[in-house]
Design a protein around this ligand. Structure first.
Ligand code: GDP
Ligand code: MG
Length: 519
């Protein structure tokens, strides 16, 4: 995703703050210029960029007079204002389980509506919702066939017509049928046009007036650059857009333009599309996104992912495994299965950092998934004792396991290496709780100072230097800890202590650091 480049540029600009001796308005100007250039290069709307710059300048004037660390102030202001840029005041519609939710999708032709409808449907279906799809695109030839194929692939009931030409009639009929049948989620795909034109908007308005959707989702292709803002505004004027989904963020799109859709529609981005597959779909939350963009870690996202992927009753167990260091091949296997359940490796990356960093790197998500599948298959050929760490895995066993799973011995070895790496990391992580009583990971996380004390012994000094020494690391953590308040830490529910890790910054980075400690 090219947006990552934007993130790197912004965080580099912020890092440069450490290089100057005195921080004043001149420094701020330089930093802001760099950030503004980066945003504009990424196609973010000019007016929004200006608004953000003015806000940072103003806040700096107001707040710097109150004393405090000017560097931190600038960092904080930039993050806050960037998040604001992405956050709409309006909260997105929260579909309610157990009742009928009608969600209508709108957008230009080719923006990814039909694909996104299916992704959205699949997302809710995986959560156990009774989900259905209605195709009222009678404009594009083959539209119904496309939706039918998609729906069939993910096994979701659909409605459409080959003979009816009136989209309003189809929408009405489809929605009322699925309502009668008690579907919880009825997703209505509409037609697009190549460009914004009156005919399309009229059709959209009529459909909306007839089915009275609970939510209208505007789907926008991220690759259209600066045109995003105007397009989004036009749709917003025509219908009551409630939220936005940005597609094709996997391609070469600079992505920044799409972010302007928030301002144009005054509606939040709820998901992003990152590929053509139905699970190339990520939920989106502004503050998390900005932090991730700037490499500041994002525990809330990890928590969400774990909540989504790991059955509720297993969550405490998993956390205990992770914090106790008592991690077996069987645990790794079940984590891998969870990865497959989410269908995206990169999403899981931060949660199982050891596995993540080594498997990710240059290869892409799909290759990683293939690798995970292979490893699961290899583990399936192992005995229970081997999986539970109660039996030695001898060379002759490796040969057998390779045969049994239809893989090469080298692949079995790779998997075992991976396991060793992960286990080592988790053990190091658990050693961080040297403090005995109250020294467990969660309590430590509540107290960064104490945490840092413990970490000092295990962190790779080179790494530490890179991060601006102990103080830099400390600052970073404090900042992330503070920022958690900005959003995203809600709903910790079943995860118990993990919530407290908010102060820790990115568990992934932390683990990476720990891993780098001894080589
Ligand atoms: P519609 O005309 O708005 O319904 O758009 P479609 O759903 O038919 O999508 C148009 C094209 O964009 C198709 O080839 C999709 O596979 C592709 N597409 C949709 N979303 C994404 C995405 O997130 N990433 C990529 N790479 N392609 C996408
Ligand atoms: Mg379509």
């Amino acid at each position: 995703m090219v947006l990552a480049e934007l993130g790197t540029k912004i965080s580099n600009a912020l890092k440069n703050l450490n290089k100057v001796d005195v921080v004043n308005e001149e420094t701020l100007k330089t930093v802001l210029n760099e950030i503004v250039t980066a945003l504009l290069q990424a196609d973010v709307n000019v007016h929004q960029v200006k608004k953000m710059r003015d806000a940072v300048n103003l806040q700096f004037k107001v707040q710097s007079s109150q004393g405090g660390d000017a560097r931190n102030l600038i960092r904080q202001l930039v993050v806050t204002e960037l998040s604001k840029m992405l956050e709409a005041e309006k909260k997105p519609y929260q579909p309610k389980k157990g009742k009928t939710n009608v969600v209508m999708f709108v957008g230009l032709q080719g923006s990814g509506k039909t694909t996104t409808c299916t992704k959205y449907a699949y997302y809710y279906q995986k959560k156990g919702w009774r989900t259905s799809l209605v195709c009222c695109d009678t404009f594009r030839a083959g539209a119904f066939d496309q939706l039918k194929q998609n729906a069939t692939k993910v096994r979701i009931p659909f409605y459409g017509s080959y003979s009816e030409t009136d989209p309003v009639a189809i929408a009405e009929e489809g929605v009322s049928r699925f309502k009668k049948e008690g579907f919880e989620m009825i997703i209505v795909d509409t037609s697009g046009r190549h460009k914004q034109e009156a005919e399309l908007f009229d059709e959209m308005k009529q459909v909306a007036a007839t089915i009275k959707p609970d939510e209208i989702v505007f789907v926008m292709d991220s690759s259209i650059g600066q045109a995003c803002y105007d397009q989004a505004s036009a749709f917003r004027k025509a219908v009551d857009v409630g939220s936005v989904i940005i597609t094709k963020l996997d391609g070469h799109a600079k992505g920044g333009g799409a972010l302007s859709a928030v301002a144009a529609t005054e509606s939040p981005i709820i998901f992003i599309g990152t590929g053509e597959h139905f699970d190339d779909f990520e939920s989106f939350e502004a503050a998390s996104f900005i932090k991730r963009l700037l490499g500041m870690g994002d525990i809330s996202k990890i928590v969400d992912i774990v909540k989504e992927a790991v059955p509720l009753e297993d969550q405490p167990k998993l956390l205990e495994k992770i914090t106790s260091g008592n991690f077996t091949l069987r645990d790794m296997q079940s984590q891998y299965k969870n990865i497959l359940k989410i269908g995206s490796f990169s999403q899981f990356l931060s949660f199982l950092p050891g596995v993540g960093t080594s498997l990710m790197g240059k290869t892409n998500d799909k290759e990683n998934i293939a690798k995970v599948k292979k490893f699961i298959c290899i583990m399936d050929s192992m005995t229970a004792a081997e999986l539970d760490g109660q039996a030695q895995i001898t060379p002759s066993r490796i040969t057998r396991i390779a045969k049994g799973s239809g893989s090469f011995e080298i692949e079995v070895n790779l998997m075992l290496e991976e396991f060793k790496r992960l286990k080592m990391m988790i053990e190091k992580m658990s050693k961080a709780k040297l403090g005995g009583k109250g020294g467990d990971l969660a309590s430590l996380a509540r107290n960064p100072q104490q945490m840092m004390g413990k970490l000092k012994n295990i962190v790779d000094p080179r790494m530490l230097q890179q991060m601006g020494g102990m103080d830099g690391l400390m600052d970073m953590m404090k900042q992330v800890g503070k920022m958690e308040g900005m959003g995203g830490m809600g709903g910790m529910g079943g995860l118990g202590n993990l919530g407290n890790l908010g102060n820790l910054g990115n568990l992934g980075d932390m683990m990476k650091m720990l891993g780098g400690g001894k080589k």
